[in-house]
Write a protein that binds this ligand. Structure first.
Ligand code: NAP
Ligand code: COA
Length: 267
């Protein structure tokens, strides 16, 4: 009979997930743990971290948590060091911490713009940069979580658009610089994902949700599992020749407006 543990595709691997205490990133952490990885969960709130770690250990996985704000380089570095001391070299690193809200540019202070850029872009730089000494080399897979905002301008999303566009370029630059060390650097760009804080903020009413779904080619939100499966793929040996890629998992959202109205207007 096959050994169930050996059959798991990340058996023996170490994964670190920044922003892993809720939503899409927690879904990724749970999926990596289910496939045998030992997990470090990092975010600000100790209560959220404790609940996330419990969800993994209750399901039979291995996880521990560290509280750190990704805007604080020293705290990020300490969380990576703690992970390395506990589990050894890091095989899979996910940078997914983010903050967002809808606001027109004239409705946001300089600090509001800076806050989102600091969490999303500078935070991702901090996580990736500080990880270098703690990574499995060769072999590590780094995955940042970007968004459609990184490629397509959106109203009331200037801060997130600027930040996620920066993450996309950082992904490509690091893929070039760190490829020779055997480190792969990719990003996942989720479309609208059901039951997340992000969509609660960006499409807060049933009418906004329906209008958004009507424009998506596949006509629905995605599930956290859809993003987790892409992360699992990028983390796995099946993706060893993929680096510098921005993987869209978005039901076709990034292709443009596929609503019936748009189709009629083009006839
Ligand atoms: P979420 O549940 O709010 O997840 C954000 C995570 O980041 C939380 O664990 C939060 O925990 C942590 N975090 C926030 N600020 C932090 C900071 N300064 N330092 C450390 N950790 C911090 O949101 P989500 O909707 O699942 O989004 C997750 C990721 O997917 C984000 O990168 C987002 O841009 C991306 N995304 C989401 C969607 C969507 O449909 N939801 C679509 C495209 C892309 P603490 O509060 O404990 O810090
Ligand atoms: N519209 C305009 N400005 C806003 C805003 C909104 N809806 N929400 C916050 N801001 C401004 C604040 O007024 C402040 O600016 P000011 O100092 O000039 O007044 C600035 O943004 C920072 O806010 P603060 O609450 O101090 O930041 P924080 O670091 O405690 O929290 C946030 C960061 C604002 C992004 C917070 O919403 C957060 O922690 N989000 C994480 C969860 C999340 O956004 N999930 C979705 C991910 S896609």
């Amino acid at each position: 009979m096959a050994d169930a543990f050996r059959d798991k595709i990340l058996a023996g691997k170490v994964a670190y997930v920044a922003g892993g205490s809720s939503g899409i990133n927690l879904g990724i952490a749970q999926r990596l743990a289910e496939q045998g990885a030992r997990l470090a969960i990092v975010s600000r709130s100790q209560d959220k971290i404790d609940a996330a770690v419990k969800s993994i250990t209750d399901a039979g996985g291995t996880a521990f948590g560290v509280s750190a704000d990704v805007r604080d380089y020293a705290a990020v570095e300490a969380s990576l060091k703690a992970t390395h001391e506990r589990f050894g070299d890091i095989d899979v690193l996910v940078s997914g911490a983010a903050g967002n809200f809808l606001a027109p540019v004239v409705g946001m202070s300089a600090n509001a713009f800076k806050t989102v850029v600091d969490i999303d872009l500078i935070g991702t730089f901090n996580v990736l940069r500080a990880s270098f000494d703690f990574l499995k080399k060769p072999g590590a897979s780094l995955i940042s979580i970007t968004a459609g905002q990184g490629s397509h301008p959106m109203m009331f999303q200037a801060h997130a658009c600027a930040a996620k566009a920066g993450i996309n370029m950082l992904t490509r630059c690091l893929a070039m610089e760190w490829g020779p060390a055997g480190i792969r650097v990719n990003a996942i760009s989720p479309g609208p994902i059901a039951e997340t804080e992000g969509m609660a903020r960006l499409a807060a009413t049933p009418a906004m949700e329906a209008a958004l779904k009507a424009r998506i080619p596949l006509r629905d939100y995605g599930a956290k599992r859809d993003i987790a499966d892409m992360a699992l793929y990028l983390a796995s040996d099946n993706a060893v020749y993929i680096t510098g890629a921005i993987m869209d998992v978005d039901g076709g959202s990034s292709l443009g407006d596929a609503s019936a109205d748009a189709l009629t207007a083009r006839r």
